[in-house]
Each structure stands twice: as C-alpha cells, then as structure tokens.
Design a protein around this ligand. Structure first.
Ligand code: F6P
Length: 359
C-alpha cells in the first residue's frame, strides 16, 4: 500500500484535474490499496496540514472539468525560507506534514515557481514527482506543458472574433494575450489567428517598425490590422532600462498595460481607430481541449509509474512525443523562452508577419 500526497500550486489551467485523474486512476488500478491525500490550495495545505483523504470517486467525471478540485494558491518560492506568521517555518511545516502522514511520495502539479519548491523539497529529502502545468508553456525540460494548447484555442478564438469586426470597421486591433516573461501563447495564437503583427517579450519592438508594418498593409489595400501582443511585450527603449528603472516607469504609467500605451502611440502616429481587447483569465478557464486531455492523461499515468518505480526527484515531461523523467534539479530555475532565431519565427516572418523589429 502506498500513501501519496497531491497538490496543485500557482495559477490554474484547464487540465489540472485531467492530470490528477491520470495519476490517481493509474495508481488505483495498479495498486487498489493506494491512499491519496489531497492538500487544499497547493503548498499552503501542505504547510498547515490542511488535507483530505481522497476517494477513487473524487477522480471520476473530472477529465473535462477545468480548474482544480484541490484549489490552488500562489506561495512564491522566494518566500519559502522567509518565516510566516509567528515565525512559522514553511519548509519545516511541509516536511512535518509529510512525515506525520507517513507519505511515500508527493505529487506536485505546477508551473515554474512550483517546480523550484518541488526541487527544494526533494533536496530536503522528500520523495517528489512533479508535473508541468501552465498555459505559458515555459517550463524547461518539456516540449509541452498541459494547459498551453487549450489556452491557444481560446486566444485564437478571440483573434478570430476580432477579425470580422476589425474588417467591418477598418480598425487596428490589439489583442493582448497572457505571458509576462515568455511569448509562446501569443506566438501560437497569433499565427493560428492570422495576426499581422506579433509582439513578444523575447523580441523587443521598435514603435517605428510597428507603424511601418501597419502602413504597408494600408498601402496593400488592407483595411484593418491585428496585433497579437503578449502582456510582457516590451519596446526597445524599455528593454534598455535597468529592471529598477523599468519598474519605476511602469509604476508611474497611466496605462494599465503595454497594449494601451502602444494603442495610443499608434492612434497618434496614424490617426487611426485603435481598439484593445484583453481576453485575460478566460485563457486559463473552461475545459481542456482534446490535445491537453491526451497529454495530461499520459503525463499523469507516467507519473504514477515513476512513483511505483521509485523514480523520485523528477518531473514527468514530454520530449519528442515520449514521456520521460527529467531531474527537478535541471528544471528548477530555468525558463523555456521563444528563441528569436527559431524556425517558427523565420517561417512567420517569411509569410509577412511583423515582429516589430524589422528595419
Ligand atoms: O502563469 C500563468 C499566467 O497565466 C501568466 O501568463 C499570467 O501573467 C499570470 O498567470 C496571471 O496570473 P494571476 O492573475 O493568477 O496572478
């Protein structure tokens, strides 16, 4: 009989439940005596011993359900060694819960920060198997994270809807998509939605170049332009600032995000009607799409096998279509960013998409 602790941490996404179902069904199937303890709201539940013993039926009927049946919360990695209220030691709290419940392994679903803490717990001697969740697809060591494809579907639909109204009114539209540090979601949705200009955090943009790209479309007789802009897109001038200077600029800015500033700049330069659309958290909501249901089920099932094989301190990852175990030490503290020189970018450029950096 094995005893597992399970938690979902950080921002949610569509296939968390599907992944937990994959882990649980596989474990119950291979070892019907398995006991799974679900921690409430991520690491918070593990720290404070807030958990419930799950039943196999808890994992039924959740394949298509978004969100997480365990709840989630953000517990920043940077704060893990900082004492909580009344000097509470969070790491020792998590270790104590693990020991008190006599767990054999923790199954941790989460994004980058979550993986760092999973690695910390592994270094502290706990058995950990993790799974790569995020709509941002920025976890190092895996080709794909679950949640990403479902978010691409939603973001693409948003751009599709904008296409018809942009065409009717001959307007410039900026669709701002999630991704503060990386632009995978904006890049994929931008290409899938036929955006004319795609701005990513990895490729600082030049306002003049963006204006030229819109003018080129005007000259070609196109009545509208659509920009897919990542929330972390940054101009060349801002990218040249120090982190501190940039934070200061943001704090003083009257714009809620980069898109509104850029929208004003385009409006002034071209005397055009510009509209901003921010799908926001809709990108994390709703059901996982079929692709995510498949990879989350596979990753979950493989994670269960890793537990049974004693392969701890690893994240179940997708590489070249196979599920592999990647050491958490390799995953933690690294980010998978879009390579500006990659072929997906050059193919997009070749067909005329602007990344706002052309001369
Ligand atoms: O990590 C996923 C993500 O969706 C980012 O793309 C986004 O910037 C962030 O979470 C927003 O999350 P929240 O509003 O939950 O803090």
């Amino acid at each position: 009989m094995i005893r597992i602790g399970m938690l979902t941490s950080g921002g949610d996404c569509q296939a968390l439940n599907a992944t937990m179902r994959g882990v649980a069904k596989t474990l119950y199937n291979l070892d019907p005596e398995t006991q799974i303890f679900g921690f409430e709201e991520g690491y918070r539940g593990l720290m404070y011993g807030d958990y419930r013993l799950m039943k196999p039926s808890d994992f039924s009927g959740i394949l298509t359900v978004g969100g997480t049946i365990l709840g989630s919360s953000r517990q920043p990695f940077k704060q893990m060694r900082v004492p909580g209220e009344n000097g509470f030691d969070k790491v020792e709290g998590m270790k104590a819960t693990y020991r008190n419940l006599k767990l054999d392994c923790l199954v941790i679903l989460g994004g980058n920060g979550t993986q760092k803490t999973a690695n910390l717990l592994s270094e502290e001697g706990l058995n950990v198997v993790s799974l790569p969740k995020t709509i941002d697809n920025d976890i190092y060591g895996t080709d794909m994270t679950f949640g990403f494809q479902s978010a691409v579907d939603i973001a693409t639909q948003a751009i599709d809807c904008i296409h018809t109204t942009a065409a009717s009114h001959g307007r410039v539209f900026i669709v701002e998509l999630m991704g503060h540090k990386v632009g995978w979601l904006t890049l994929h949705a931008g290409i899938a939605g036929g955006a004319d200009i795609i701005l990513l955090p990895e490729i600082p943009y030049d306002l003049g170049s963006v204006i030229q790209a819109i003018k080129r479309r005007d000259k070609a007789g196109k009545r509208f332009s659509i920009l897919a802009v990542a929330e972390g897109a940054i101009s060349r001038e801002d990218a040249a600032l120090s982190k501190k200077e940039y934070q200061k600029k943001l704090a003083a800015s009257r714009y809620p995000s980069v898109s509104y500033e850029l929208g004003d700049q385009i409006r002034i330069a071209l005397n055009k009607d510009v509209r901003i659309v921010v799908p926001g958290h809709t990108q994390r909501g709703g059901s996982p799409d079929p692709y995510d249901r498949v990879i989350s089920t596979r990753l979950g099932s493989a994670a269960a096998r890793m537990i049974l094989n004693g392969e701890f301190g690893c994240m179940a990852a997708l590489r070249g279509g196979q599920v592999v175990a990647v050491p958490l030490s390799e995953v933690a503290s690294r980010l998978k960013t879009v390579d500006p020189m990659s072929d997906i970018i050059s193919q997009a450029r070749d067909l005329g998409i602007s990344f706002g950096d052309e001369l």
